[in-house]
Write a protein that binds this ligand. Structure first.
Ligand SMILES: NC(=O)c1ccc[n+]([C@@H]2O[C@H](COP(=O)([O-])OP(=O)(O)OC[C@H]3O[C@@H](n4cnc5c(N)ncnc54)[C@H](OP(=O)(O)O)[C@@H]3O)[C@@H](O)[C@H]2O)c1
Length: 317
């Protein structure tokens, strides 16, 4: 048998419960699928929004449902047409997003094309913390904003699961990084590559940067994107991953010549491999603040919902 977190209704963390199901039989894998024995599943805010009935909940096909997309583990079985994984290989990725990935489980059937090999130098914990947050950063800073070494970026929500990877990747690209977070995270963010840090509780970003110096603002905090727009130069871009942009914000952006993007992460194996390579070289390190047993998924959700996560939170089946 295999344990999995299920919910039979949308709602508070208490809807998450443990169920036992049969291990998916290897002879029932579709072409291109692999069976993963999950070592760690990563927890992301989209899991929480979906648990409540928002985000991608509409893509589930009736209850019970299992949330979770990030996973790292070991290949237990391979379907036909899988040429790049063998039984025993370590693998990680973001499974099937935005379709149900069902990663909060001991065993997960995944598409091999959503996974890459976990490098020897990277632990399963590190790997499970990377996919959704890391892909979000890579797709937006590199592919969308084309962040250059000569440019200045502000990262709001810099101490969270996505933000702390954004600080490292922007630093890796050579950009000048301003990290916006609560006071207790600022020394840590400087150690990750932030050139300038701002405590959003004691300093006002718009007053500090009235000259609008930023080429790119990456907003990973659930506060208004308007602040980011007000400090971005004409022709610059605000990437609002937390989707807080209002009509007033858009009007401000139009008046001041700032582009606003509200993107959604996609499965992207090329970018995932780049993240794996960066992690293998030590250029990208996930900070894991807590690891909960699978059965304590509700506590993991509550910790993120409190709104001040430091780095990533994992589940261990
Ligand atoms: N569109 C997409 O594809 C996509 C992908 C990934 C994530 N997201 C969304 O992006 C958001 C962030 O995700 P995440 O995984 O990074 O969340 P997270 O791990 O919960 O981090 C959020 C961070 O924001 C900080 N914060 C709270 N208020 C702030 C403020 N006023 N100014 C600056 N920082 C503040 C929090 O800590 P402190 O207050 O202690 O600094 C926390 O570290 C979520 O809404 C998530 O759903 C969207």
């Amino acid at each position: 048998m295999s344990r999995v977190i299920v919910q039979r209704s949308f709602g508070s963390p208490s809807v998450l419960e443990v169920a036992e199901v049969a291990v998916p039989p290897s002879d029932e894998l579709a072409p291109g699928e692999v069976l993963i024995r999950v070592a760690y599943a990563g927890v992301n805010p989209v899991d929480i929004k979906t648990r409540k009935g928002g985000a991608v909940a509409g893509l589930f096909d009736g209850f019970p449902v299992t949330v979770g997309w990030d996973l790292a583990g070991t290949v237990n079985a391979v379907g036909s047409e899988v040429t790049d994984f063998a039984i025993g290989d370590r693998a990680f990725g973001m499974s099937r997003f935005p379709q149900p990935g069902r990663a909060y489980a001991e065993h997960v059937v995944a598409d091999a094309t959503d996974l890459v090999h976990t490098p020897d130098a990277v632990s399963d914990e590190q790997a499970a913390a990377l996919p959704l947050a890391g892909l979000t950063v890579w797709e937006n800073l590199v592919d969308l904003a084309e962040l250059q070494a000569t440019q200045r970026i502000a990262i709001m929500g810099a101490g969270g699961g996505t933000g702390h990877l954004a600080v490292q990747i922007a630093h890796h690209l050579g950009a000048t990084v301003t990290a916006v977070a609560s006071a207790g995270k600022l020394d840590w963010l400087r150690s990750l590559g932030a050139d300038v840090t701002v405590d959003y509780r004691s300093d006002d970003l718009v007053t500090l940067f009235a000259d609008r110096p930023f080429d790119v603002v990456f907003n990973a905090s659930d506060t208004t994107a308007g602040t980011g727009i007000a400090v971005t130069r004409p022709g610059g871009v605000v990437i609002d991953i937390s989707e807080t942009v209002t009509d007033d914000d858009r009007a401000l952006a139009a008046r001041t010549g700032v582009r606003v993007e509200v993107p959604s992460v996609t499965r992207n194996r090329v970018a995932l491999q780049t993240l794996a390579d960066l992690a293998a070289r030590g250029s990208l390190v996930s900070h894991i603040s807590s690891t909960f047993p699978l059965a304590d998924a509700a506590a993991a959700h509550a910790e993120i919902e409190a709104g001040h996560a430091r780095g990533k939170i994992l589940l261990q089946p």
